[in-house]
Design a protein around this ligand. Sequence first.
Ligand code: SF4
Length: 213
Amino acid sequence: MEQQEKMVKLAVNGGISFGSKLNAKQLVVIAEYMLEEDELELTTFQQLYFEVLESDLEFVQKKFEAVGLSCYPVGNFVKSLRTCNFCKGAEQEGMPVAIELNHRIAGKAVPVTLRPAYTGCPIGCGEPLVNDIGVMKMKNGYNLYVGGKAKGLDAQAGTIVMEQVQPVQLYEAVDKIIATYAEHGKKRENFFKFVNRYGVENLKSQLTDNPFE
Ligand code: SF4
């Protein structure tokens, strides 16, 4: 019997910009790699899921990236950063910080898919307080939240663990939180449960320059 080649799922989006948009060229390139009966799945996390032959993965990723698409693995990894639309301007709302943060963390292996979110002002269009890790720009600094949960009867807002920090501190803190979860999280333990078990105070103690100490 002929063995069918394995398909792998790829998450694709237009990268971090003013809103979650795709241009016509990007859509055409995506369509080139689809058969008529194929489907694209639009997720709630500003990503399109696309299936590709495993042997074509590298080639397709290069083609996609050449037209400005960003590609991420699907599964137990940190998802690409969900963001707001930066309606007040890229610099004012910290778009370069969101881009760098996404670059550092998206695709890292974790026990269960981790959803990080960023928002450029306290209006919070990127919903950082109800995602696993949330960043909110407030005036000239960044607040960091952990353990938010949007779904289920136990939905809750995240807890603030750093307040008014600068980008380098923010990157280091998020890196540490993810590394701690990757190391100490149990198999199939989602981040919300991990934060409850491990403890917010314990997590805070891992962070350098902790303003709460
Ligand atoms: S969070 Fe603030 S900056 Fe971002 S889209 Fe909403 S109102 Fe605009």
